[in-house]
Design a protein around this ligand. Structure first.
Ligand code: ZN
Ligand code: ZN
Length: 100
């Protein structure tokens, strides 16, 4: 029996941790608190976002260890450089920019 395995791909795509909106809000606050309500890049305390270090599109989890506090401008920069490189063909969507 020579079976192809299309299933493997499908499963690999679905497995990641994603919280419901309420738990995610709580998680965000925990991350902001952990990071002292400061951008971890430049130290600004304004317009803070919570960024997924490993993006959701690449199986990043909604977990404290995968989240970091960034200000709006550092956040945008990271998405332009890092994401731009990993998805050269795909422009960063607005949803990705505000991945909090
Ligand atoms: Zn982000
Ligand atoms: Zn910053």
């Amino acid at each position: 029996m020579n079976f192809k395995l299309p299933l493997v791909q499908r499963i690999a795509k679905r497995r990641r941790l994603q919280l419901d909106p309420v738990s995610y809000k709580k998680l965000q606050r925990a991350v902001l608190k952990r990071d002292g309500w400061r951008c971890q890049q430049c130290g600004v305390r304004d317009k803070l976002h919570v960024h997924h270090i490993q993006p959701r599109s690449l199986m990043g989890d909604d977990a404290e260890s995968n989240l970091i506090t960034l200000c709006a401008s550092c956040h945008e920069k990271i998405h332009r450089s890092v994401m731009g490189r990993s998805h050269p063909s795909q422009k960063a969507k607005r949803e990705d920019l505000f991945c909090s």
